[in-house]
Structures are given as C-alpha cells and as structure tokens.
Write a protein that binds this ligand. Structure first.
Ligand SMILES: [Zn+2]
Length: 396
C-alpha cells in the first residue's frame, strides 16, 4: 500500500509508467527497503535492478525472484508490484528466521514490463534474454519522441552490469492471475506450468482521401470500410479456434485527422494469443489472408507488421514441482494452469529453470485501477514463493 502511494490515480490505482520520474520514485522506495533488509544491488545496461541476499555458498548460482514495478497508465496496485514485494517479503522472512540459504537469492525489478509508454512489453527481460537488442530497446520512443536511452541516462539507470544472463539455480515469478479462473474455481494458488504465446501486429490500410459529401459510395477506396470487415472476420477465426484463442484489436488511428475526409491511412493494433505454437501460427496466417482479401476487394493497400512475437512457454518441471511441494506443505487449494498474459518469466525461462505462482484477484480484473487482492491472498502467494525458493536455494 506504501508503494501504491507513489503516483496514485484518482480511482485507487497506480500510474508509474516505465522510466518516468514516478517509476524512479517507486524503485527508490523499493531499494530503500531492500537495502534495509541487508541486500546489495546492481543495475544492468537496460536498467534492470538486481538486489542480492547472499547465500552460504557464494559460488552457487543464485535463485532469481523477479517481476516489475512499472504500471499501465491506469494500472492497478498489484500487477508486477506484488511479485517484487512478495520477493522482498521472502528475503525479510528469511532474515527474521535467521535462515541462511546455500545459493544467493537475487530479486530483480525488470525495466518496462508493461510496454505502454515504450511499446515493447517485457523490454528489460527481453534484452537480458537476448531476444531484443540493447540498441533497439534504447532507440524505442514514447509519444513525445523521448527515447529509452534518454531516460536511462537522465535517471542514471544505465548500469555497468551487462544485460545478459548469468547462470541461475532457478527462477520464480509471483503474480496476480489477471484472469477469473482461480476465483471462479475457488482455488487459493495457481501453479503455472507455462504461458500462452502472443503476437502483436500493426495493420495499416491505405485509402484514397476524398470529400465525404460529393464522393459517391461506389468506387471509394475507404480503409474504414475494410477494417470493419477485417475485425469481424478475424474475431470469427479466434472464436472458431476454441476457448484458448484470444484476439484483441485496439489503438486505432487515422490520417488525416478529419471527420469529413475518407482516410488516406488507417491503422490499428492486433494482439493474438494461443498456448499452442502451431495454432498461433495458423491464426496469423488466416489473419494475413483476410487483410489481403478484404483490402484487395476495395482497392485499398495493406501492410501487416509483426511487432512482437512471444512464443508459448513451457516452464521447468523441477521448478513447477518445487512450487507444488511448497503448496502441499501448507495445504492451500491449487491447480496447474497456463498463463494468459505474457510475463518477464517467459524470457527468463529461455535461460534458466523457471516457474510462476498465481494468486486469484478480485473478478480476475487487471490493467484496471480497481485491481485488488486481499491480505490473505497476498500472504498465501508469498508463503508459497518462500517455500519454492527455499527448496531451490537449499540450506536449513
Ligand atoms: Zn505484470
């Protein structure tokens, strides 16, 4: 709740967009707590902040806990924040109990997970994992033309540590579910075994600008007319592919900005998701065919650009088992599940054994100021995280 006081919104949420002064203030608050808990810290080249609780065996690769502190513009208080502060709670609890683990424990705050201000989600972990080049990430701009590099320099977050993986014993991300399944099934913990694949696209249509009045409907090259058909048909494909398919059109724009001219350019974003790689590929291909067909039928040009490709992820069985053992040890109701949202853990999983832990959130709501979990839910998730981390890190 103290973290939620940093850049609060009118309706009870948080607005700490990546690499803003508010994001910096959130990190400073966190770093103060981590330092008070005896942790050292390092920042890497893309601003990922790593704090460390030393282990008994300094040569042992650390167990990594991580999530993010940046939020959506009208974000909630728990998305990402819960995973970071849950990790801090684990460290503080180990301190309280005087437990020394074999492996060190690293807690990371990834830079720009949300991808709302600088539009690549999971940016910091993506650079770390080698899925996004440091230069490409630094060149990303916000709507005011400010680059990631500008902000890293301004905030002093361009650290010396290379943004690349070093060996890890294991890795865990604790997160709110951001969906309704656990709540509706009245379960306390989700043992996350993998993450849906997602692809982001920009669809751009080119028409022929003309006056809205004198120009007859027939023969117009009107991208608005085409986008309507595209949206309808693509949603049809998503529905057809069963309960795990997801399709979301968002962020529409047009040129010229005028109510009485046929747009010369109209664009929108599309987010497609599926847990199965082949089906996701099929969704993309069918979407591309639809765009081409509908644009072609109206003499409109079309371009589909894939902005982001995050393949489905299957987590490490040992880490998943560590979470399951930790859950059974305390007797919380649970089941295995797939995450519908992308997380930094997807990129970490490319280089280290990884799993995630979910707690239910009210009405499954997230990316919303009303996002909420109870104290009890928060405590259960952190308890399971503690158990899983101790199992991986070893020690008494
Ligand atoms: Zn998140």
């Amino acid at each position: 709740m103290d973290m939620a006081q940093v850049a609060p919104t009118d309706n009870g949420g948080s607005n700490r967009q990546a690499l803003s002064d508010d994001d910096a203030a959130g990190r400073a608050l966190f770093l103060g707590w981590a330092t008070a808990a005896g942790c050292t810290h390092e920042v890497d080249e893309i601003g990922n902040l790593f704090v460390r609780r030393p282990g008994r065996d300094g040569a042992k690769p650390p167990v990594l806990i991580g999530s993010h502190l940046d939020t959506q513009p009208t974000g909630g208080r728990f998305d990402g924040v819960y995973g970071v502060l849950g990790g801090l709670e684990v460290i503080e609890r180990l301190n309280d109990l005087g437990i020394e683990t074999e492996a060190p424990i690293d807690l990371v705050v990834w830079t720009n997970e949300e991808g709302s201000r600088f539009q690549t989600s999971m940016m910091g972990s993506g650079v770390w994992a080698g899925k996004l080049s440091l230069d490409d990430a630094k060149a990303l701009t916000d709507v005011d033309g400010i680059t990631v590099a500008d902000e890293l320099d301004r905030l002093g977050w361009a650290g010396a540590r290379p943004a690349s993986p070093s060996p890890l014993t294991g890795s865990f991300e604790l997160h709110i579910e951001q969906g309704p399944i656990l709540e509706s099934e009245e379960l306390e913990i989700g043992v996350v075994t993998g993450v849906q694949g997602l692809r982001w696209f920009t669809i751009e249509l080119g028409g022929y600008p003309a006056h809205a009045g004198p120009t007859p409907m027939e023969g117009r090259k009107d991208p608005a007319r085409v986008i309507g058909r595209i949206i309808d048909r693509v949603y049809g494909v998503v529905d057809e592919l069963g309960p795990w398919g997801r399709g979301t059109f968002a962020q529409f724009g047009s040129d010229p900005v005028s109510p009485n001219t046929i747009p010369e350019r109209l664009w929108c974003t599309l987010d497609l998701r599926h847990p199965d790689a082949d089906t996701l590929q099929q969704m993309e291909e069918r979407m591309r065919d639809i765009v081409e067909e509908e644009a072609g039928a109206r003499g409109v040009t079309s371009t589909v650009t894939r902005q982001n490709d995050s393949p489905p992820v299957t987590f490490d069985e040992n880490c998943v088992a560590a979470v399951e053992d930790a859950v059974s040890a305390v007797g919380f109701s649970n089941h295995r599940m797939i995450s519908g949202a992308g997380h930094d853990a997807c990129y970490v999983a490319l280089h280290a054994p990884t799993a995630m832990i979910f707690v239910p959130c009210d009405d499954g709501l997230s990316h919303n100021e009303a996002e909420n979990i109870s104290k009890e839910q928060a405590e259960r998730g952190a308890t399971v995280l503690l158990g899983a981390v101790r199992r991986m890190a070893g020690g008494s």
